[in-house]
Write a protein that binds this ligand. Structure first.
Ligand code: GDP
Length: 595
């Protein structure tokens, strides 16, 4: 059978469904549905490989060939960011010092947000009446007459991705390491990001107020990760701080200035205007509002700016205090109004002379991501899909809507991390804006749940959801959202049971038995502990064990249960690592009644 080929197109090795849809000029939803009918669940932002795209294109009357590998225009290749290149291209004599731009990276819960707050409050508010109320994703502080700009992206683990990108835009990375926890996976990731971006690292050794902090051990771990402290003969500054008690903050800021003095942090305030989009959101009355970090040149009210695929005359600019400003030079973050659309966090922006020029740049960007060529090797659709299909049975489909572009990607990353277990999570669609009928329709046709973050569902959407039996869930706090998805996963693993708490005990002592197994000497503090109950052991915020009671004794006697106020010995099945201070929860699993 030969289908007449109406159009030839070139596609890259991998392409997101969104971009692909744009090229073949159909709705992304149509492509998602097409993939779904072939047993593949994919979200709009998910990439499909060339072979899949070529087959889909073929079905829609296009002949696709594979592009040659070229770095698209304006894309940061991981080598030298475009703004750095722009500064490098400026005349040496025109370069002057600019404030260092600092980003804070580190493992979850090590104190990034607390440290950003501590710095903000210890310095920014000085001499100001009302303190700070604006949040624009960046702020500045002053120390000894010098300024430092901090990238202040939202404070949850979910924002690691955004912060990692921040490393590209920053001059200095503060790596927060909790002195009681040491170097953890995300610490290593952050080190890798900073190194890739060739940005110097200062370590903030946080939580030194904690009695169990162990700075020396952390320094050893840092040395093992190529960050030997200067006091050990290396060249990494390690500054002990307590974000909680606001100790060591001044030392940290001084360290930043010191590193800044030894780093080439300059720009041409009169040169080509270029910088990075920090965040962007759609304001109901103001339209798109974006925070731009100027990295070279001076941005002015009225400038024509191209940011990602949006452009516009800047109608108004505000500093991080919310004060209107007319211009912003290098390293200054400003919140701007007047863009035609929503750029993404991390996009490059520049000021141009005319609107025509702006349009031309956008066109070039789009074109650049479309070209290239060699011949394609084909595989049948069935072959391709059968591979994906092997794990198809258990999956959770989600449609995600959020208010701000910048929060989508981190949420998607967090959710994808959850989906690495037994059940796959497919984000069919992740977009900004309120939940609409369209979202509900897609959810209904793909048995998906619609999740909204800081958005509303409009009336029509709600009605349709009720009619179609689609679940819409709205959140304002990311970890609640993530927690619920996690719960949904667990719910899917054991849908017919819910947990009923029976009691709690705290571990006062640990006894070693002759056979090498340990028994927890406990006092029951709530309810009762049952011999046949399920058990969960928590240590601080961590769950360290879930399982069953192996033995339950009261003064050497085996017992079936033991109540509040009594002491007992609890042996845990297949768990020997119980510690003093652990909390043992006892619960039963009860069958949930069908609705
Ligand atoms: P992030 O996930 O890295 O942003 O960490 P957070 O700033 O949210 O802090 C995580 C937890 O550690 C919070 O409960 C903080 O109150 C606590 N924390 C942060 N800094 C310190 C500190 O210097 N000392 C102590 N004791 N706790 C801290």
């Amino acid at each position: 059978m030969s289908v007449p080929k109406s159009k030839k197109i070139e596609l890259p090795a991998n392409i997101t469904i969104r971009d692909f849809a744009q090229i073949i000029e159909v709705s992304p939803i149509q492509i998602i549905k097409k993939l779904m009918t072939n047993g593949v669940m994919a979200s709009i932002n998910q990439a499909i490989d060339f072979d899949t795209a070529a087959i889909l294109a073929d079905e829609m009357g296009f002949e696709a060939t594979l592009e040659s590998q070229e770095v698209p225009l304006e894309k940061e290749s991981g080598e030298v960011p475009l703004w750095r290149q722009t500064i490098a291209d400026e005349e040496e004599a025109a370069l002057t010092a600019r404030p260092p731009v600092v980003t804070i990276l580190g493992h979850v819960d090590h104190g990034k947000t607390s440290l950003l707050d501590a710095i903000r409050h210890s310095n920014v508010a000085e001499g100001e009446a009302g303190g700070i109320t604006q949040h624009i994703g960046a702020y500045q502080i002053e120390l000894k007459g010098r300024q430092i700009t901090f990238l202040d992206t939202p404070g949850h683990a979910a924002f690691t991705a955004m912060r990692a990108r921040g490393a590209q835009g920053a001059d200095i990375v503060i790596l927060v390491v909790a002195a009681d926890d040491g170097v953890m996976p995300q610490t290593k990731e952050a080190i890798a990001h900073a190194k890739a971006a060739r940005v110097p690292i200062i370590v903030a050794l946080n939580k030194i107020d904690k009695p169990n902090s162990n700075p020396e051990l952390v320094k050893k771990q840092l040395s093992e990760n190529d960050l030997t402290p200067d006091e050990w003969g290396g060249n990494t500054m390690v500054i002990p701080v307590s974000a909680k008690q606001k100790k060591g903050i001044e030392d940290l800021l001084e360290a930043i200035l010191l590193v800044a003095d030894n780093t080439d942090i300059r720009a041409n305030a009169k040169g080509a205007v270029i910088g990075t989009v920090i965040e962007a959101e759609l304001d109901k009355s103001k339209g798109p509002v974006a925070t731009l970090l100027v990295q070279n040149g001076t941005l002015k009210t009225g400038s024509i700016v191209v940011a990602g695929n949006a452009f516009g005359h800047l109608r108004a600019m505000f500093d991080f205090r919310g004060n209107k400003v007319e211009k912003a030079g290098p390293s200054i973050p400003v919140s701007v109004m007047g863009l035609s659309g929503m750029p993404s966090a991390g996009d490059v922006f520049r000021a141009v002379g005319t609107e025509k020029e702006a349009r031309q740049i956008i066109l070039e960007r789009t074109e650049a991501s479309k070209k290239q060529a060699t011949t394609a090797k084909k595989m049948t659709l069935e072959e391709l899909f059968s591979k994906v299909k092997s794990g198809e049975t258990r999956e959770l489909n989600l449609i995600l809507k959020a208010d701000v572009q910048g929060s989508l990607e981190p949420i998607v990353n967090e959710i994808n991390n959850l989906g690495k277990g037994e059940i796959a999570i497919n984000i069919l669609y992740a977009e900004t804006g309120n939940i609409s009928e369209n979202d509900v329709l897609l959810a209904s046709s793909s048995q998906a749940i619609v999740i909204g973050f800081s958005v509303q569902a409009d009336v029509a959407a709600r009605r349709l959801a009720e009619k179609e039996g689609v679940d819409i869930r709205l959140y304002d706090i990311i970890y609640r959202l993530i927690e619920d998805v996690e719960k949904a996963l667990k719910g899917m693993l054991a849908p017919e049971f819910t947990e009923k708490p029976i009691g709690k005990a705290v571990v006062l002592q640990v006894f070693s038995l002759s056979k090498g197994s340990n028994v927890a000497g406990c006092r029951v503090t709530e309810g009762e502990i049952r011999r046949n109950g399920k058990i969960r052991v928590t240590r601080g915020k961590d769950i360290v064990y879930e399982g069953e009671v192996g033995s339950l004794k009261h003064e050497k006697e085996d017992v079936r249960e033991i109540r509040t106020g009594f002491e007992c010995g609890i042996g845990l099945k297949n768990f020997n690592d119980v510690q003093i201070g652990d909390v043992i929860e006892c619960f039963t699993l009860e069958k949930t009644d069908a609705e």
